[in-house]
Design a binder for this molecule. Structure first.
Ligand SMILES: *Cc1c(COP(=O)(O)O)cnc(C)c1O
Length: 436
């Protein structure tokens, strides 16, 4: 019997103490990354200049559970467990027999799910004697999460921020600087990759691909520095499974089990974090469970990409990974969900899509903002434009239940709040938002 309550809270001592690795539950494991020079599977030594050994170990692990270190749990305790809500007012507004639940990650100090991995990555780097981290950021969500985590563990943090966002999102830049990071507009004159771009175009607006090349170069050439990535890699998805592991316990409190699990996908980390702990229910127990990964039509990686090996960056410096990709030279139009503009996606997620375990759908941004505003007016929270993709899909699934009269339980991930994205809302409300 579903509970009468609206929010489902766990106690601090119910934060999961191990992360969940989906690989043993996958029908086909993901293929290994290939070295860009030799096209042979890469070994730990190839990645050692960029990542600490503990994270490289997690990247290739086939162990189902990986213990969360105590110091990481101590920081998780400052904002976790995050709440799970039953969207009762949204259900009433839609007049649906469906039960809609959402797991809200906007309660972290950075306002999104990204600290769940930033904290773990900062911890493992510190533990192996690293002094400084280099990373890229687009709209600034990842950069701010890593800046905060670096402050907690006493690391210097250098962020290459896509130049266009550096100018347009001064709020995010100030957050990173407040947490002590050094932020430079990318392309910058601090790396060879940046200088090469600037030589051709001194006013280049930059791109995520260019910023990745700069951060990787920075980390590769400095002994005291390693690189940190906010999505796509196995270890990032692994750290995010605290979301789904908590949600499982909270669905138990709610006296319910999800029939549909929904999340937005940029590189795949928040979706995987929520959904992967439920995957064995389907692949091992054979439960009838629908997973739905939602992306923008402007960057339709899973719905229209090709499944093949491709580079992670524009400059072709990263290992090749097997994934759905739009091609590493693909430059998506500048939609407001900046966090969903990556040409590829996490290999484990792509493999599960390929094997039919996970379904996909894409929405144009006007449809997404329409749902975001309806959600804000019923549930109160102003969602991040990225998260609003999941809301749109959840609302459409709930409407479908109304037509068939089916009472299904829908669980979606609300990956962050949109309080730093208000110009996007302003554009939508003034009719200035287009689908491109
Ligand atoms: C970065 C971001 C995303 C997209 O990244 P994933 O790795 O796919 O989760 C989604 N929502 C928010 C709020 C983000 O900051």
């Amino acid at each position: 019997m579903p509970s009468d309550e609206t929010k489902f809270l766990l106690r601090e001592n119910q934060i999961p103490t191990a992360w969940f690795n989906v690989v043993p539950s996958m029908p086909t494991p993901p293929s290994p990354p290939l070295h860009p020079g030799t096209m042979q599977p890469i070994g730990p030594d190839d990645l050692a200049p960029l990542f600490p050994m503990a994270l490289i170990g997690q990247e290739v692990s086939t162990q189902e559970w990986i213990d969360i270190p105590g110091p990481v749990l101590d920081v998780y305790r400052t904002y976790r467990p995050s709440p799970l809500y039953r969207a009762r007012r949204l259900e009433a507004y839609l007049g649906t027999p469906a039960r809609i639940y959402y797991k809200y990650e906007g309660v972290s100090p950075a306002g999104s799910h990204k600290p769940n991995t930033a904290i773990a990555q900062a911890y493992y780097n510190k533990a192996e004697g690293v002094r400084r981290l280099a990373t890229e950021t687009g709209a600034g969500q990842w950069g701010s999460a890593l800046a905060m985590a670096s402050a907690f563990f006493g690391l210097e943090c250098q962020v290459y921020m896509v130049a266009a966002s550096y100018e347009q999102k001064p709020g995010r830049r100030t957050m990173m600087e407040t947490w002590g990071a050094r932020v430079v507009a990318s392309p910058s004159d601090e790396t060879a990759a940046g200088r090469a771009i600037l030589a051709g175009d001194p006013d280049s607006p930059g791109s995520l691909g260019i910023a990745i090349s700069e951060a990787v170069e920075d980390a590769a050439k400095r002994e005291d520095t390693k690189y940190a990535l906010g999505s796509v890699l196995n270890h990032v998805l692994l750290h995010q499974t605290v979301i789904g592991l908590e949600a499982r316990q909270q669905m138990d409190l709610a006296g319910d089990t999800p029939d549909i699990v929904i999340g937005c996908v940029g590189g795949g980390s928040n979706f995987a974090g929520l959904a992967f702990p439920f995957v064995p229910d389907k692949t091992r127990q054979g439960r009838d469970l629908r997973f739905l990964a939602v992306e923008p039509t402007a960057c339709p990686t899973l719905t229209e990409g090709t499944f093949e090996y491709d580079f992670g960056d524009t400059a072709e410096t990263t290992p090749l990974i097997e994934m759905y990709t739009l091609g590493h030279k693909f430059i998506p139009p500048p939609i407001h969900a900046g966090g969903l503009r990556y040409h590829g996606d996490a290999p484990a997620l792509c493999r599960l899509v390929k094997d039919g375990v996970i379904d996909t759908v894409a929405y144009p941004q006007t449809k997404v903002f329409e749902a975001a505003v309806e959600f804000a007016r019923t549930e109160g929270i102003i969602p991040a434009p990225e998260s609003a993709h999941a809301i749109r899909a959840a609302m459409d699934e709930a409407r479908a239940c109304k037509e068939t009269g089916e009472s299904r339980a829908i669980l979606f991930g609300l990956s962050g709040h949109g309080l730093l994205d208000l110009t996007a809302y302003q554009d939508y409300l003034h009719g200035d938002l287009i689908d491109g």
